[in-house]
Ligand binder design. Structure first.
Ligand code: IMP
Ligand code: MG
Length: 182
C-alpha cells in the first residue's frame, strides 16, 4: 500500500502500515502485562498530550488488569538558552504519592520533552516512574534517561500519523507517513 498525503506545504508517503503498529502496540502491552500483572497497586498511565492520545488508547485496551489513566499537557520553550522553560498547560489532577507511573509519549527525539516531563513529575512522591514511547530516534537522543518500553527505533526522518502531527495536521491517520520532499 503506497499512498501519499499533503499536509500544509509538505508531501508524505506511507512508512508503517496500521497493522504493523498494532503488532508493536501488542508487544508493548504484553511487556507491561507481564511486569504489572501481579502488583497490588495498578500503575497509573500518564499520557502526554497531544501526540500520545491514539497510542495510549490502543495500548490500554490491551492491558489485562484494571489500570488508571490520566493526562498531562506540557509546552516547552527552548528560547535562546539551553536550559529551556516548561509550562504545564494541563497538570496532574490526581496524587501520585506512592504510585507506579508509566509516562506514555508518542515520540522521543532529542529527549528534551521527556526530561522536562520527568522533572515535573519527580519530587511528588511517586514510587516509580517508567517511560513508554511509540517511536524513538536514537541518533537524535541527547539524554541518558532510560526508555523502558519502546515500539520502534527510527532514523531522524520526520513522521506523521497515529497521533503525530506536522504543525497540528495529520494526527488522524491510522498509518505512519514520512516526509518525502525535504
Ligand atoms: P524532543 O523533545 O526533541 O524529544 O521531541 C519530542 C517532541 O517533538 C514530540 O513529542 C513531538 O511533538 C515532536 N516530534 C519530534 N519528532 C517528531 C516527528 O518525527 N514527527 C512529529 N513530531 C515530532
Ligand atoms: Mg508530543
Amino acid at each position: 500500500m503506497n499512498k501519499t498525503i499533503k499536509l500544509h506545504n509538505l508531501n508524505f508517503k506511507t512508512m508503517i502500515p496500521a497493522a504493523e503498529i498494532e503488532s508493536a502496540v501488542s508487544r508493548i502491552a504484553a511487556q507491561i502485562n507481564q511486569e504489572y500483572m501481579g502488583s497490588t497497586t495498578p500503575p497509573l498511565l500518564v499520557g502526554v498530550l497531544n501526540g500520545s492520545f491514539m497510542f495510549l488508547s490502543d495500548l490500554v485496551k490491551k492491558l489485562e488488569f484494571g489500570c488508571e489513566v490520566t493526562f498531562i499537557k506540557i509546552a516547552s520553550y527552548s528560547g535562546t538558552k539551553s536550559s529551556g522553560e516548561v509550562s504545564e498547560l494541563i497538570g496532574l489532577n490526581s496524587s501520585i504519592q506512592g504510585r507506579d507511573l508509566i509516562v506514555v509519549e508518542d515520540i522521543v527525539d532529542s529527549g528534551n520533552s521527556i526530561e522536562h516531563t520527568l522533572n515535573m513529575l519527580s519530587g511528588r512522591g511517586a514510587n516509580s516512574i517508567k517511560v513508554c514511547t511509540l517511536f524513538f530516534k536514537p541518533k537524535a537522543y541527547t539524554k541518558t534517561i532510560k526508555i523502558d518500553y519502546k515500539a520502534f527505533d527510527i532514523g531522524n526522518e520526520f513522521i506523521v500519523g497515529y497521533g503525530l502531527d506536522y504543525d497540528q495536521l495529520g494526527r488522524n491517520f491510522k498509518d505512519i507517513y514520512v516526509v518525502c520532499d525535504e
